[in-house]
Design a protein around this ligand. Sequence first.
Ligand SMILES: Cc1ncc(COP(=O)(O)O)c(C=O)c1O
Length: 411
Amino acid sequence: MPDDSAWTNDEIEALVSERARILGPAVWAAAQPDARPVISFAGGLPDIPSLPGEALLRAARAVIEHEQREALQYGGTFGPQPLREAIAERSSRIEGIPVGIDQVIVTSGSAHAIGVVCETLIDPGDTVLVESPNFPGSMRTFRTFGAEQVAIPMDDNGLRVDLVSEALDRLQNEGKRAKFLYCIPTHQNPAGCTLAVGRREQLVELARKHRLLLLEDDAYGELWFEDEPPPSLFALSKGEFALKVSSFSKIIATGLRMGWTMGPPALISRMASVRYDMGTSPFQGRIIAEMIRNGDLDRHIANLRSIYRRKLERVENALRDYCGDYCTYTAPLGGFFLWLQLRPGMSSRDVQLAANERGVIVGQGPQFFADGAATDHLRLAFSYVGMEDIEEGVHRLGDAMAAVAARQAAK
Ligand SMILES: Cc1ncc(COP(=O)(O)O)c(C=O)c1O
């Protein structure tokens, strides 16, 4: 009799790869809108009322009318040609350097791009430098490829480039070489800060000197509020030493799962060659290309800048009124996040729990550190929360902080 009993968990475990075992059975979910009646400052999600449904519909109709044949077929692992062309043209303008189509690959969001970079470059045991704190999704990706992560601290002006230099020297003395440095120089997640232009120049100089690849994550770079951010590492290195990973998630919608990466053509080509997904959707790619060509994307981003600037203002006013005794922060120049430093002795976990009890969700510090250690930070995403809920949410957060501070004083 053939044994037709269901697979046991142990049997599955014996089947799965080393990588799958590092990941473990838990399924990692990106932030999603909360169905509970809560006020959420937790997820790095875009503003809901401004999602550009009409512009997407218009573009989709134009694609079906004029490009149906190409849009509904495989498009290859570099990504849809018209989108690569539109990105190259638009990026040449934004970056201030000529960007060719052979420098562009389209991926299923920037998380996918970072995975493809790791598949292209990382062997188990390799070293990567990561700025700290950092986006947990990327740190998880590096870990699953077996990379050893060396955390480089930041301050209000972004990555401590002097410490990058020290780390590179140390690695060199140990006979090791970092495969890349991963950083989010503009409107960082979670710290909100932007790497100062002088430090960017120093970093590019270091990259040149040490032949170090910079993996520049620019998920939030276009969402500036007053002034355009400093030139990207990609632009400063004339496209040579940085792979710049970008996303349509925060400037159009996370549900599209579309992003792109720019870098040296030979590396972009290697990224295309390791892919086994037959490429990112030609249909969606053409829809976004149409939004770039007809100006809808730039108009939408300009609108988002003003929405997020107003949300940040509202959060800052409320923080002043309700949380001023318990935390400090450096105001971000763009993006989605405020990084609150709690008063000495207050634990982010306690504040998070007390806020949850009051129907307010915030991200707490340790998840953003490679060693999970820091306990005195909270991340406040101001992007997704409804404009009308901001004051109430921060008010309740202030109550939570007051309760934690009172308990601490009574100890
Ligand atoms: C810094 C950073 N990089 C990458 C991602 C992944 O975004 P996506 O894959 O949707 O482009 C996120 C999402 O929150 C992020 O914050």
